[in-house]
Design a protein around this ligand. Structure first.
Ligand code: IDP
Length: 154
């Protein structure tokens, strides 16, 4: 069995996903795939946190609207662990623009507009590490053994 604890990703349910009651639908996709939840909390992010999180977009024209969308209510912040979880997480989410997302993905099933695309997921192992450190304190990440491991990994 390879080491499934080796990789982590940051997945967030954005305010529209929380308001629309989509939390359990979204989390169940990661749980049922076999990934392990190691951190979870509701957060109302500050402007400062979002500017750090979306540092690459701060100068973009859509940023002010995106900022008010992301600050419009609580976000469910989660951290998942498992083999190739960053890339697999992005595949579970679908494309940034829901209109380009395949059915079966979260955005392809549950969203239409880019500015209401329901979820965030880290796009690389490096950004995952940065985002996890930004949203979570070390002690908020729980080290536990998934007893089903041998049924998920060979
Ligand atoms: P990602 O969320 O799939 O990683 P990014 O390109 O990092 O996509 O963009 C971050 C978020 O910014 C998107 O999820 C989307 O909500 C928003 N966004 C990106 N581009 C646009 C745009 O052109 N118009 C409106 N919102 C956008």
């Amino acid at each position: 069995m390879s080491n499934p604890d080796a990789e982590r990703t940051f997945i967030a349910v954005k305010p529209d996903g929380v308001q629309r009651g989509l939390i359990s639908n979204i989390l169940s996709r990661f749980e049922q795939r076999g990934f392990k939840l190691v951190g979870i909390k509701l957060v109302t992010p500050t402007e400062n946190l979002l500017k750090q999180h979306y540092a690459e977009h701060v100068e973009k024209s859509f940023f002010p609207k995106m900022l008010s969308y992301m600050m419009s209510g609580p976000i469910l912040a989660t951290v998942w662990e498992g083999k190739d979880v960053v890339k697999q997480g992005r595949a579970i989410l679908g494309a940034t623009n829901p209109l380009n997302s395949a059915p079966g993905t979260i955005r392809g099933d549950l969203a239409i507009d880019m500015g209401r695309n329901v979820v965030h997921g880290s796009d690389s192992v490096e950004s995952a590490e940065r985002e996890i450190n930004l949203w979570f304190k070390k002690e908020e990440l729980i080290d536990w053994k998934l007893n089903q491991l041998a049924w998920i990994y060979e």
